[in-house]
Design a protein. Structure first.
Length: 240
């Protein structure tokens, strides 16, 4: 089946001329409730015209989150805290070695089209992976970005990145998560994103044989983001 998200015009997702998205990176793990509070406050400020758009790169301590389509039965082993969240999607895992990118963008100033925005996030991941010669692909019946695994058998594919978004007043928050070098055994405690077919698993860049660092991925993420969404500028750290 052809995924019509690939045919959407992504050029309208570029920000207004002269504007730049604030690019923020947190070095220490960020707890989930704290991150959610920051995102919600920033999204409200963006909607009110009081703050610039922002992409926030971070890692979380080990935890699970459940989206609006999450099912209690998808948590097989509650080994880490579970947080209910208003993003779309089902159950997923976050933890060290996974690069989470929260995108707080004003779609009114870009393209107020949820399908186009999700397609833009998919393309952001796909281009980031391409920087490491990994072919990431969309699937019409499965959320996220996938890589084929012929080494495991015919028809086998693994998920390498997840997507979950929420909009308030056309400002996005939540975003994407790319598996760089997380502990993949932690995914065994859930049914990731509700996918139960044994042919479909979870992988990471390091699992695919690429000894990349988080810094490498951050550089690729920024370059790919600017190709789709426009200019960024590094946030100056606030005085301690």
């Amino acid at each position: 089946m052809v995924n019509d998200r690939q045919t959407l015009d992504l050029t309208a997702l570029t920000g207004p001329a002269g504007s730049a998205v604030e690019w923020r990176i947190s070095d220490a793990p960020v707890d989930y409730p704290g991150a959610l509070a920051v995102m919600e406050a920033r999204a409200a400020a963006i909607a009110a015209g009081e703050a610039p758009e922002q992409v926030w790169l971070l890692e979380h301590p080990p935890l699970y989150t459940s989206g609006t389509s999450g099912k209690a039965t998808d948590l097989l082993d509650p080994r880490f805290p579970l947080f209910e969240t208003g993003r779309g999607g089902q159950l997923t895992y976050h933890g060290p070695g996974q690069r989470v990118a929260y995108a707080m963008l004003d779609l009114k100033r870009r393209q107020p089209d949820v399908r186009a925005y999700v397609s833009g996030l998919e393309e952001w991941i796909i281009r980031t992976l391409a920087a490491f010669n990994i072919r990431g692909e969309r699937r019409e019946d499965r959320v996220g970005v996938w890589v084929k695994r012929p080494d495991k058998g015919d028809g086998f594919e693994d998920k390498i990145a997840a997507i979950g978004v929420r909009l308030k007043r056309w400002v996005s928050f939540h975003g994407i998560a790319i598996n760089v070098e997380p502990d993949l055994s932690h995914f065994a405690a859930i049914v990731p994103c509700g996918v139960v077919d044994p042919r479909y698993g979870v992988t990471s860049l390091v699992d695919l044989g690429l000894p990349v660092t988080m810094v490498d991925v951050d550089v690729a993420l920024r370059q790919a983001f600017e190709e789709i969404f426009g200019k960024t500028e590094i946030r100056v750290p606030e005085p301690s």
